[in-house]
Write a protein that binds this ligand. Sequence first.
Ligand code: AHG
Ligand code: MN
Ligand code: MN
Ligand code: MN
Length: 334
Amino acid sequence: PDNALAQPVGTTLERYIMRKQSEFAYATGELSQLLRDIALAGKIINREVNRAGLSELKGAFGTENVQGEQQQKLDVVANIRFIRALKNGGQACAILSEEEDEIIQTGNNQGRYVVAMDPLDGSANIDVNVPIGTIFSIYRRITPVGTPATKDDFLQGGRKQIAAGYVLYGSSTMLVYTTGHGVVGFTYEHSLGEFFLSHPDLLIPQNGKIFSCNEGHWFDYPEYVRTYLMECKRKGYTGRYVGSLVADYHRSLLMGGIYLYPPTKKKPQGKLRLLYECYPLAFLIEQAGGAAVADANGTPILDIVATDCHQRSALVIGSTNMVKEIAASATATA
Ligand code: AHG
Ligand code: MN
Ligand code: MN
Ligand code: MN
């Protein structure tokens, strides 16, 4: 405990953003402001998530979203909170959300950025107090400043992301993001209301011993996926599946491992959405030295061209060598 007191005060998110901005002579500060706005939205959603059990924010909202899913109350609340924070912030001209059919115009036509988001990831886990998250992905708009944004601004492809990240509402709340110069993680200090730098340079181990997927879909998985999973079991690897993509991803990032959401008979395109689930996590994993692919051919997620804002994709993501192994298993099974 004495040592704990001797520790210097950490770097706040604010200070970190300022420092990074000054390192890039050309930085206008707009992206910095956008990251601050996202952090604020994260804090607000964190508050709602924390008290969900007390404030009747649990349970279904009674509506269906464009994905054909039952919306939970917190899905709707997180969506509203996030949109409001970005509207007020002024930097985002439009938002794409899992919870809305069409892109949302913020009215900030002078804004240079668009943001795709999954306001609340892991909805099914809200009512049982299991970690959930918020995922975001940022592009610089390609339509002229001063006009409303269009779908084209969102459909530039994963490699055009200029920043991406997530907030994990777990046993502690974390903000993890990249602007294309590695991955950084901040932990939220509730009593101070600040994010502090806790993980200055996140790198995923090249090998891992944990596999993560919904084994309930076993009989629906392609043969090569089952072959690979059998091999994991033969080697005595550990199985872990939270069922919140952000939480499963975060564990894989820190400990190494592989996360899979393969195509199933019910969802032949896969379940996860490219623009606000797969692309941002793929950008992060590549920045952290890992890999993310879509299919048996090993097509990198970031190379897939999306034609629809809510397009789905299969996802295999994690430690590079494990992702390579599953691709090899696909070749061997073919
Ligand atoms: P969301 O809650 O944003 O709709 O995302 C749900 C996703 C993801 O969080 C999770 O990994 C996956 O759905 C779980 O799906 P299964 O229940 O089919 O395993
Ligand atoms: Mn959903
Ligand atoms: Mn999700
Ligand atoms: Mn969601």
